[in-house]
Ligand binder design. Structure first.
Ligand SMILES: Cc1cc2nc3c(=O)[nH]c(=O)nc-3n(C[C@H](O)[C@H](O)[C@H](O)COP(=O)(O)OP(=O)(O)OC[C@H]3O[C@@H](n4cnc5c(N)ncnc54)[C@H](O)[C@@H]3O)c2cc1C
Length: 428
């Protein structure tokens, strides 16, 4: 657990499906592939490796979906934070468009896995809106719309009245409606992927933190306190929850807190007046607010920065202030859940693929866009292990591990800035 992550029970943990029966690893095991981390990347990789007939063991330090995969806001947005042109600038003329196409159509992969394993995770294709919080930000939304349209994606630009009609509030100046996107119960999706992987023959061991990953002949040995797995190939799928397992890995990402809060279920009249079509939102603001209305009638809001220590006290007015601003009719609703998690920001907001030693693959740095991207990354890693995806066909370049300068200071500075911003909630 990250030092600043207050372990508040998340809405998702409180409403989770029963997890698959798993045990800590004991004794020595052999497998084709050992995967460290049971989030979307590791579990999707396990599913796709099992499809290819590989014997796979997943080792998870805590529980399935303990990291971002069990805590996120459940916005299933294809693509990444960076606009398509920025992606092309970073990845070049050949790989950039391939990346945009693969990651831009990644909702379908999530949907196919949900359907295939009959995962009860409430996946909907109810869209997502990127909302302009100011008149100046309308240009940002228009530009993103133009670029996504140029890629052939199903998006729409909404002027202020149409934005207001979709959201149920006139506070935004315009919006980009992304019809490729949707929403999900994130933890149930992770648990369902684990069930699916197990049903295909993969093993998942929880409460099995890997302390050492070392070369073993041509392969790898992953050691936990109580056991070890010897495998031909190894995968590290620990994203922003990476520790010191592989030198320098954690330092390739700036850890940024995310704070989420969920209300009690609202009355019937209220739940149909805000985000009536269950479209989720995220703002253009530097410190954006994210919002969702769930089928259960709970309103979920999120923002950047870790939750405060005294979540229930008067020092934490941020969620209520958001509710008042976005959904004044529900301003008095009680917040029943407040929780936090960590996202791992890469320097250009694109995921990273590393192969730092023979037979070891790492994919991380989803920069807060992982429901679709990490699921796709898991498949990409499996395909590379199977020899099915060559460097030139891969949407992600294989890059060396390059620790970021001043990573810790940047994380602290950002956290202080987010807190200062939230402290403005004290103002009337
Ligand atoms: C609060 C929050 C809100 C977010 N909202 C969204 C959203 O709305 N939409 C979206 O697309 N994305 C969102 N994200 C990002 C998304 O959740 C992540 O990008 C995604 O879950 C990454 O998946 P992963 O499998 O790579 O890593 P994770 O899910 O973080 O899994 C890594 C796992 O590795 C385990 N681990 C670490 N070290 C070891 C070790 N040594 N041995 C064994 N196991 C280990 C951890 O316990 C953890 O379970 C959000 C993230 C957070 C935190």
């Amino acid at each position: 657990m990250k030092p600043l992550e207050r372990p508040g029970l998340s809405l998702w943990a409180a409403t989770a499906n029963p997890p698959p029966a798993t045990r800590p690893l004991e004794g020595e095991r052999r497998a084709d592939v050992v995967i460290v981390g049971a989030g979307y990347t590791g579990l999707s990789c396990a599913v796709h490796l099992a499809d290819a007939g590989r014997e796979t063991v997943v080792l998870e330090a805590r529980g399935i979906g303990h990291g971002g995969s069990g805590r996120n806001l459940g916005q299933v947005n294809p693509g990444v934070w960076a606009d398509p042109q920025t992606v092309e600038k970073h990845l070049g003329e050949a790989r950039g468009p391939r990346f945009n196409e693969a990651f831009g159509r990644s909702f379908e992969l999530v949907e196919s896995l949900v359907n295939r394993f009959q995962i009860a995770c409430g996946l909907t294709r109810s869209g997502n809106v990127y909302v302009a919080h100011s008149a100046r930000a309308v240009r940002v939304v228009e530009e993103r719309y133009r670029q996504l349209r140029a890629c052939g994606f199903d998006v729409e630009f909404l002027d202020r009245p149409r934005t207001a009609a979709l959201i149920g509030n006139d506070c935004y100046h315009a919006a980009l409606l992304d019809k490729r996107a949707g929403n999900i119960h994130p933890l149930n999706y992770a648990l369902g992927l684990a069930d699916g992987a197990i049903s295909l023959g993969a093993s998942v061991h929880t409460a099995s933190p890997v302390h050492r990953l070392t070369r073993n002949g041509d392969g790898w040995r992953a050691e936990t306190g109580a056991g070890s797995v010897v495998a031909k190939r190894a995968v590290i799928a620990t994203d922003s929850y990476s520790g010191e397992l592989w030198p320098g890995l954690a330092r390739t990402m700036v850890p940024i807190g995310v704070y989420a809060a969920a209300t009690e279920p609202l009355g019937e009249n209220l739940r149909t007046s805000f985000l009536p079509q269950r479209t989720s939102t995220f703002e253009t603001a530097l410190v954006p607010t994210y919002a969702r209305m769930l089928a259960s009638g709970r309103c979920v809001v999120g923002t950047l920065g870790y939750p405060p220590l005294w979540k229930e006290g008067p020092l934490d007015r941020w969620p209520r202030r958001q509710l008042k601003r976005l959904f004044p009719a529900a301003a008095g609703a009680r917040f029943e859940f407040r929780w936090g998690g960590t996202i791992g920001m890469s320097d250009n907001h694109l995921p990273r693929l590393h192969e730092p030693a023979p037979g070891l693959t790492i994919c991380c740095g989803f920069s807060g866009r992982g429901v679709t991207s990490a699921t796709l990354a898991g498949r990409i890693v499996a395909e590379r292990i199977g020899g099915l995806m060559k460097d030139e066909d891969c949407p992600l370049p294989v890059q060396p591990i390059r620790p970021l300068n001043f990573r810790r200071s940047r994380a602290v500075a950002l956290e202080l800035a987010f807190r200062a911003y939230r402290a403005l909630s004290w103002l009337p």
